[in-house]
Write a protein that binds this ligand. Structure first.
Ligand code: ACO
Length: 274
């Protein structure tokens, strides 16, 4: 994906990490050059649009404005180009967005566990460059920077391509069923740190949104159960049909039939992981 401006002062070298402050790579100090920041915003917005299109989403889940209002981290992979490149120098290959979220997750035995994992929220490699190893390079860079084991990640409604990617590169092929949009894998709950001696301070109610805190929640669509409950029989359509499961007319989320409106408190203090 090329842009009509030199990407070097905007994104730096091969990997660029952007947080909610949207600092261009060549601008570590306070001397902001407005044009560079505007160019960075353009890059993020265009990447977000391309990702949404590739995933068949009705609107981007990644944009400069959404980055500013969330504590997410964007890893951008760039082709810096060679000496032979003439402006626009280099192109963007893709991006990966991650962020920590408070979630109620089910362990293998069906017990709710409050957790705050690093979540994979959006991931895109340009169509012409998929299956060339760029996704793995970007993912690997993120894992090293965030110092996280891939089994500890929660994935926000993964596409079939991403499921294949995780299976192939990280052996993640045994999901633990959830009632929200997130997918976690075997190993997520293993070797959690010892529980704190005292219970953690109670958080305000609104910070804990048990069932549907997907990054994609604002994309309202017809209600349908989330992955993997929306899987159709063999030959059916892929898993990303709907983006807001269990949405009531008043906009609140509700769990599947047979479950209470609020999740039960975690029954195993040892699984809190904090
Ligand atoms: N069909 C099926 N599997 C695919 C495809 C595809 N078209 N493309 C990549 N994969 C999986 C396969 O396991 C593939 O291995 P294989 O070629 O041996 O079958 C593996 O990924 C290739 O690994 P990389 O080359 O490192 O991955 P890539 O650079 O293609 O990036 C990504 C993977 C980001 C999923 C990319 O395919 C993409 O952008 N897809 C479209 C957007 C998308 O689905 N993003 C994830 C949305 S969900 C979320 O972000 C939480």
């Amino acid at each position: 994906m090329e842009f009509p401006f030199d990407l070097t002062p905007v994104l730096g070298d091969r990997f660029c990490v952007v947080d909610q402050h949207l600092r261009p790579a060549g601008r570590p100090g306070p001397t902001h050059r407005g044009d560079l920041q505007q160019q960075l915003r353009t890059v993020i917005d265009e990447l977000g649009k391309a990702s949404a299109k590739a995933q068949g989403l009705p609107a981007p889940v990644t944009s400069a404005a959404r980055m500013e209002s969330n504590r997410h981290v964007l890893y951008i992979l760039r082709d810096p180009g060679g000496a032979a490149h003439r402006p626009p120098r280099g192109a963007v290959i893709g991006f990966l967005k991650v962020g920590y979220k408070k979630l109620f997750l089910l362990d293998r035995t069906g017990v709710h566990v409050e957790s705050e994992p690093l979540c994979v929220l959006d991931f895109y490699i340009h169509e012409s460059l998929q299956r060339h190893g760029h996704g793995r390079a970007l993912f690997q860079h993120m894992l090293q920077s965030e110092r996280v084991d891939p089994r500890r990640l929660a994935i926000d409604r993964p596409s079939q391509k991403l499921l294949g990617f995780l299976r192939k590169h990280y052996g993640l092929d045994d999901p633990i069923p959830q009632v929200n949009n997130f997918v976690i894998f075997e190993g997520f709950f293993s070797n959690r740190p010892a529980p704190p001696r005292r219970p953690p301070p109670k958080r305000p109610e609104e910070q804990i949104k048990p069932y549907s805190l997907s990054e994609r929640d604002f994309l309202r669509e017809e209600a349908e159960p989330p992955w993997p409950f929306n899987l159709r029989p063999a030959g059916g359509s892929p898993v990303r049909g709907t983006l807001r499961p269990f949405v009531r007319r008043d906009g609140r989320t509700e769990p599947p039939a047979g479950q209470t409106d609020a999740p039960p408190p975690p029954r195993r203090a040892s699984s809190l992981g904090r």
